[in-house]
Ligand binder design. Sequence first.
Ligand code: ADP
Ligand code: ADP
Length: 227
Amino acid sequence: DRWIDVRGLQKIYRPRKSEPTHALADVDFAVRKGEFVAVVGPSGCGKTTLLKILAGLVQRSEGTVRISGVDVDGPKREVGMVFQAPTLLPWRTILENVLVPVEVQKLDKTAHRKRAVELLDMVGLGGFADKYPNELSGGMQQRAGICRALVHDPAVLLLDEPFGALDAMTREYMNVELLRIWRESRKTAVLVTHSIPEAVFLSDRVIVMTPRPGRIAEIIDIDLDRP
Ligand code: ADP
Ligand code: ADP
């Protein structure tokens, strides 16, 4: 059951004006359907590169990367991504922001509007659909960002330090929220974080990476019976 299937992945950045960087070397792993995997490691170990390759936003140098059997070779509707800082469009309402992937991918608007409203209700933003991003707190904006990532029902949810810009209290609260959203939506999820407690709290397995070049040092099973 290799819902996400990564084999022999290499990434070498070759900037025109500086030396090449071996960002990822010999990366092999698989993620089961419905599993929550966290990727941890120090800055520069290739976490963001790995996530961007899964999202089809960065090209790999070598290896195979498949999501639900489909080779990842460009931005794909199979993926929903949550970024580090809230990236909502300030001139659009929260609901209109959540519907951006629906527009970009030219999906049916009416059906997805209903889904968007359900998702906003699920994260406690039901009353904020017609507000603008600057009327919401940072944590609320990130929750809207999660709705946007889920609105088109992607095969995989990718999260890049989604709460890194929030204060410690909000961050802990958002982790609890994220776990609840993940349980309700049963999405296969890959989270990048440099917080080990956060990784252990949220995930079924933790992929630990080391830098120069970025490799998998070990994969740890978090063997706990979640309530
Ligand atoms: P992390 O997310 O773990 O901090 P990154 O994936 O951002 O790691 O970076 C891994 C390595 O690749 C670092 O050495 C970084 O400087 C380099 N790198 C990342 N993006 C680029 C890029 N666009 N061009 C050149 N080097 C890059
Ligand atoms: P993170 O650790 O979250 O990746 P960084 O500050 O390392 O954040 O990188 C921010 C952005 O800059 C990323 O999009 C990354 O791809 C890019 N980047 C990182 N290192 C380099 C580099 N050496 N050359 C060009 N772009 C880079």
